[in-house]
Design a protein around this ligand. Structure first.
Ligand code: F6P
Length: 324
C-alpha cells in the first residue's frame, strides 16, 4: 500500500482534526502518500482530493470542526454515486481509506468495501457515543463538557428564580450525552431514550421534589420517546397551572458540536488515527479502530453498526440516587 486517503463524514465532532493530523503524519512517517478528501463522500464523488503534507495538518490539533469539511451525502447512497467515487479513487491511485465518522459513515464504508474492495478502516468520530466497539467516540467528552458549562450557568439562574428548567441535549437516539450531563450537572431528572419516562412520571417526580427543592434541572435527550423538551414542558406545565411555578426550556443544540477538543478527545482522535493507518498497513479492513479498556481494538463495521451500546445501568442508578 503506497497511497491512502482520509475523510470526515456526517456530523463533525471536536477531535476530528486531531484524528486527521494523526492519519496524515502516521502515513507520512511510514512512507505513504496521504490524500485528504474534502466534504466526505460528496467530495469523493466529485474528486475533491488533495495531497496532504505534514505541514497541512499543523496547528489543527486544538481546533474543533474538521479541516476536511463534512457532509451527509445523498449521492453516495446511490449505486451511480459510489461508482463515481470509486472511479475517482482509482484515478488518484488510492489503495486504502480512513473514514472518520459515525454509524452512517461506516454503513457507507461497509457497502463501498463490499462493492469495490478498497481496504477501509474507520475512526469513531461523533459526539453521540453511540458506536459499538469503542468505550468513547471522538468528540463526546468535549460535547458533554460544553453542555455542562451551559447547565452550570442555567443552574445559577434557575436557583435565583426558583424555576424549573428543561434542558434538551443532543445524542440522536442515544442517551449517553444526556446521562453524563445528568450526573455531571446534578440534574434532578434525566429523560433518555433507553429508559421509559412518561410525562406522568415527570410530574410525579417534580411534585415529590417540591418538598426539598425550590428549583430543578431536567435533562431531556433529544431522542427521548416522550418528545422534545418543548413538547414535554407544555404537558407538564398544564398540571401545575394552579401553582406559582415557572417552567423554562433551553435547547443547547449545535453549541455541543463545536469548540476546542478536550485532552481526552485529542488523545482518542490521535490514537485511533494512528491505529487506522497502521491497521491498514497490516491488512485490517472493513472495521473501525476503537479504544476499549484503554486498548486499541478493531471491530468489524458490521458489529459497529448493528450491535447496541447500552447505557451503563450503574450510571442510571447513580443519577437517580444522587438527585433526591
Ligand atoms: O450525530 C451528531 C448529531 O449532532 C446528533 O446528536 C444530532 O441529532 C445530529 O447530529 C444533528 O445533525 P445536523 O447537524 O445535520 O442537524
Amino acid at each position: 500500500m503506497k497511497k491512502i486517503a482520509v475523510f470526515t463524514s456526517g456530523g463533525d465532532s471536536p477531535g476530528m482534526n486531531a484524528c486527521i493530523r494523526a492519519v496524515v503524519r502516521t502515513g507520512i512517517y511510514h512512507g505513504l502518500d496521504v490524500f485528504g478528501i474534502m466534504y466526505g463522500y460528496d467530495g469523493m464523488i466529485r474528486g475533491e482530493i488533495k495531497k496532504m503534507q505534514s505541514h497541512s495538518v499543523s496547528n489543527i490539533l486544538q481546533r474543533g470542526g474538521t479541516i476536511l469539511k463534512s457532509a451527509r451525502s445523498e449521492g453516495f447512497r446511490t449505486k451511480e454515486g459510489r461508482k463515481k467515487a470509486y472511479d475517482q479513487l482509482v484515478k488518484h491511485g488510492i489503495e486504502g481509506l480512513v473514514a472518520i465518522g459515525g454509524d452512517g459513515t461506516f454503513t457507507g464504508a461497509k457497502l463501498f468495501f463490499e462493492e469495490y474492495g478498497i481496504p477501509t478502516v474507520g475512526c469513531p468520530g461523533t459526539i453521540d457515543n453511540d458506536i459499538f466497539g469503542t468505550d468513547y467516540t471522538i468528540g463526546f467528552d468535549t460535547a458533554v463538557n460544553t453542555a455542562l458549562e451551559a447547565i452550570d450557568k442555567i443552574r445559577d439562574t434557575a436557583a435565583a428564580h426558583d424555576r424549573i428548567f428543561f434542558i434538551e441535549v443532543m445524542g440522536r437516539d442515544s442517551g449517553y450525552i444526556g446521562i453524563e450531563c445528568g450526573i455531571g450537572g446534578g440534574a434532578e431528572l434525566v429523560m433518555v431514550p433507553e429508559t421509559k419516562t412518561t410525562v406522568k412520571d415527570v410530574i410525579k417526580s417534580l411534585k415529590g421534589l417540591r418538598k426539598t427543592k425550590t428549583s430543578s434541572i431536567i435533562i431531556v435527550a433529544e431522542g427521548d420517546e416522550a418528545g422534545g423538551a418543548a413538547e414535554i414542558v407544555e404537558k407538564v406545565k398544564a398540571q401545575f397551572k394552579n401553582e406559582d411555578k415557572e417552567f423554562k426550556v433551553t435547547t443547547l443544540g449545535h453549541i455541543q458540536r463545536g469548540g476546542n477538543p478536550t485532552a481526552k478527545d485529542r488523545i482518542l482522535g490521535s490514537r485511533t488515527g494512528m491505529a487506522a493507518v497502521e491497521g491498514l498497513m497490516k491488512g485490517e479492513s472493513n472495521c473501525m479502530a476503537g479504544v476499549i479498556n484503554d486498548m486499541v481494538v478493531y471491530t468489524s463495521f458490521e458489529d459497529c453498526i448493528t450491535k447496541d451500546k447500552p447505557l451503563k445501568e450503574e450510571y442510571l442508578r447513580l443519577q437517580e440516587i444522587l438527585s433526591i
